[in-house]
Design a protein around this ligand. Structure first.
Ligand code: HEM
Length: 434
């Protein structure tokens, strides 16, 4: 068993204090004063089921005020914001107080940067975003994605072979987590013996999406990110000398418009960060939803052609990414409100996906729902999930294989939710295979 490294350097501690510690105190105070978004982000009681709080936010109108700017639970407003050129993802540091800007500059550390810091595609606006996205999207065309189907089937089969039938097993550790890691390792040309490291690094990337992290989790994530950057430096060098047919080899081999090493690291880090825990969560959420609706699960066992639609319904009903945010770049009007440049809007994707204006009886899980695919679980607009096709292929392949092999699978005990707010899924999922 490996112990989790911790980065306790003074630089990391100062950066934590400014980027996490202070926001956490601010949010805690706002939560105590009744701010709904702050409660959502800080109150562990909302982890199990954020939907009652989402409904309170929805009741305040399509766009309401919060301690962190504006917030919406509306599908129509979230879609409009995500698709609007008036909004960007970048946070403009120049709006922060001078001392904060100074501390951030002094503690910037590219060797420990994660998916929420530039040049990660997720947090940069055009023209940089357009450039990164163009370079990487070739690996995610429908044809390129379809090539993963046999690999997904083989990986699912071999993981299922290894599951212990004698008692309850943790389906996250034994199946839902290793499957996407092995797929991403394949995509990135990483040797599969680094799987354990990838699991840890992927978790660090996921954790760093939440605001106001406690010191210990931040320091662990920083150490893991640092380790991953070190690994990537060697990996990139190796592939420069001896390229394979993976995405990283294609990117390092480019002579026109080449990426810098830092940009390359950011791309790889994001593919792991965005593509790993999200897919783990989708698989876990699907198993739990279907366990709660045995008639629907039995229907899928009888007719596996329904899996595509069922996966869309899981994405809608229990979205692996619950929220994201945008900043106004140029003054605009949304839902009748004039928003100045710099205004921040939090988009509650998980709530938008249960908007009764679009989805009939939205809290009901219905694996045959005709318009489930209208969800925003993969976002919309220019940052629409690049790996959506791959995630769908993985989920349908993995869930179908699981149901075929173990049609009598049942959740055995209480699944344990991840202690995260942005990403939603299970850390442990005990099941009995038959
Ligand atoms: C169930 C699985 C997944 C879910 C729910 C999901 C969800 C999302 C969401 C919501 C965003 C956009 C966030 C925003 O607009 O601020 C996003 C972006 C992204 N996702 Fe996924 N994702 C999943 C799987 C994957 C996979 C498998 C990959 C690739 C291996 C991937 C790669 C990316 C990338 C590169 C971006 C950034 C796109 C950009 O900024 O232009 N995702 N994902």
């Amino acid at each position: 068993m490996t112990t989790t490294p911790v980065d306790r350097s003074p630089r990391t501690a100062v950066r934590w204090a400014v980027t996490q510690g202070l926001p956490a105190r601010y949010l805690d105070r706002a939560a105590r004063e009744g701010d709904l978004l702050a409660r959502l982000l800080r109150d562990p009681g909302c982890r199990e089921d954020p939907h009652p709080l989402y409904e309170q936010i929805r009741a305040r109108g399509p766009l309401s005020d919060s301690s962190l700017g504006l917030v919406t639970a509306s599908h129509a407003v979230a879609t409009e914001v995500l698709r609007s050129e008036a909004f960007g993802v970048g946070w403009d540091r120049s709006t922060a107080p001078r001392w904060v800007r100074w501390v951030l500059r002094a503690t910037d550390d590219p060797a420990a940067s994660g998916v929420t810091e530039p040049p990660s595609m997720l947090v940069v606006d055009p023209p940089d975003h357009t450039r990164y996205r163009r370079l990487v999207s070739r690996a995610f065309t429908p044809r390129a994605t379809a090539r993963f189907e046999p690999a997904i089937e083989a990986i699912a089969g071999s993981l299922l072979d290894r599951l212990d039938h004698s008692g309850p097993v943790d389906l996250v550790a034994g199946y839902a987590a290793p499957l996407p890691v092995l797929v991403i390792a394949d995509l990135l040309g990483v040797p599969t013996d680094r799987r354990e490291d990838f699991l840890r690094w992927g978790e660090a990337a996921a954790v760093s999406l939440d605001p106001g992290l406690p010191w210990r989790r931040y320091a662990e994530a920083a150490a893991s990110l640092r380790e991953m950057h070190r690994f990537l430096a060697g990996h990139v060098d190796r592939l420069r000398r001896d390229p394979g047919d993976d995405l990283v080899s294609q990117l390092v081999g480019r002579t026109d418009d080449p990426l810098t090493d830092q940009e390359l690291h950011a791309v790889v880090m994001l593919l792991l960060g965005a593509g790993f825990e999200t897919t783990v969560n989708l698989l876990g959420n699907a198993v739990v939803a279907l366990d709660a609706h045995p008639d629907q699960r039995d229907g899928l066992v009888r007719d596996p052609s329904g899996w595509d639609r069922a996966v869309e319904e899981v994405l809608r009903h229990d979205s692996p990414v619950q929220l994201t945010g945008r900043t106004v770049r140029t003054g605009t009007t949304v839902a009748g409100r004039a928003l100045p440049a710099g205004a921040r809007v939090t988009l509650l994707l998980g709530a938008a996906n249960r908007d009764p204006a679009l989805f009939a009886d939205p809290d009901r899980f219905d694996a045959t729902r005709a318009n489930a695919r209208d969800h925003l679980a993969f976002s919309a607009g220019i940052h629409y999930c690049l790996g959506a096709g791959l995630a769908r292929l993985e989920a349908v392949g993995a869930l179908r294989a699981l149901a075929e092999r173990f049609p009598g699978l049942r959740v055995a005990g209480t699944p344990e939710r991840r202690d995260l707010q942005t990403l939603r899924g299970f850390a442990r999922l005990p099941v009995r295979l038959r």
